[in-house]
Design a protein around this ligand. Structure first.
Ligand code: A3P
Length: 271
């Protein structure tokens, strides 16, 4: 008869690090941290804690280096990683395909205008001398949108997606609505669990709306004893932006958003 200690030792022996079989590839400020934290409530999901940046910054270090950064997993557990810059890195689709052509790819998307303001707000929080958003968004005070400015470039989702679709079939990508991840986290997390092929164990019961935080937060245990919200750097207040600047950006993104809806087959309903 096997002793408990023996079983435990056996299990530890079986635990090993694997390359990820699913990645959250973007988008920055889409709600990627929230999605990963929600998924980590699932016993079959093991994820690297911080962004590994393998397919953009550290690719030359090789797959051994990458695997060492992964958590230990048992048979049947999924290894995941999220680095939002992958979505906009030109070389990433080819490199990811090289690792595993069957990898599952999750993209959290959000209205590109609010995403840009969120991105700007994050940069500004680290720099006191940051010019106004309106002065960064347009070329020399004109009405021409500065698409070389990263906070705006990242939001042209259709362009970035087209690069991924050169290497992966649409069926290997799942698009999560960043807006719905806030309004109805249980619904979006169900879609993700189905996509990953894992049981629907993270559900309604794990979420509650924290009115102080203004966002959904989670219970980490079944007993609802340990409530947990994301940190202060998630869910920042955005500065006031001139409505005419917002309007111009909406006009700029409209055709790209339409194209993105076409490519994905999903109408995200951005204004
Ligand atoms: P803001 O800080 O602009 O509100 P990322 O993790 O990809 O950087 O995305 C950050 C964004 O996640 C936040 O942007 C916030 O709107 C969004 N978010 C989604 N669900 C959240 C949650 N449960 N708690 C906090 N922020 C959440």
């Amino acid at each position: 008869e096997a002793k408990y200690e023996d079983l435990l030792a056996e299990q530890e022996l079986a635990a090993a690090k694997q390359l990820p079989s699913a990645l959250i590839i973007g988008v920055k400020k889409g709600g990627t941290r929230a999605l990963l934290e929600f998924l980590r409530l699932h016993p079959d999901v093991k994820a690297a804690g911080s962004e590994v940046h393998f397919f953009d910054h550290h690719y030359s270090k090789g797959f051994h280096w990458y695997r060492r950064r992964m958590p230990l997993t048992l048979q049947g557990q999924i290894t995941m990683e999220k680095t939002p810059s992958y979505f906009v890195t030109a070389e990433a689709p080819r490199r990811v395909q090289h690792m595993n052509p069957g990898v599952k790819l999750v993209v959290v998307v959000r209205d590109p205008v609010t995403r840009a303001i969120s991105d700007y707000t994050q940069v500004k929080s680290k720099r006191s001398d940051m010019p106004r958003f309106e002065d960064m968004a347009f070329v020399n005070g004109s009405r021409v949108v500065d698409t070389t400015w990263a906070p705006l470039r990242i939001g042209v989702y259709a362009k970035h997606l087209e690069r991924w679709l050169n290497y992966f079939p649409l069926s290997q990508l799942l698009f999560v609505s960043g807006e719905r991840l806030i309004a109805d986290p249980a619904l979006e997390i169900t879609r993700v669990q189905d996509f990953l092929g894992i049981k629907r164990l993270v559900s309604e019961r794990h979420f509650y709306f924290n009115s102080t935080k203004g966002f959904p937060c989670v219970f980490r245990s079944e007993e609802h004893t340990t409530p947990h919200c994301l940190g202060k750097n998630k869910g920042r207040n955005h500065p006031f932006i001139d409505p005419s600047a917002i309007q111009r950006l909406r006009d700029f993104y409209r055709p790209f958003n339409r194209r993105f809806y076409q490519l994905t087959g999903i109408d995200f309903g951005w204004p």
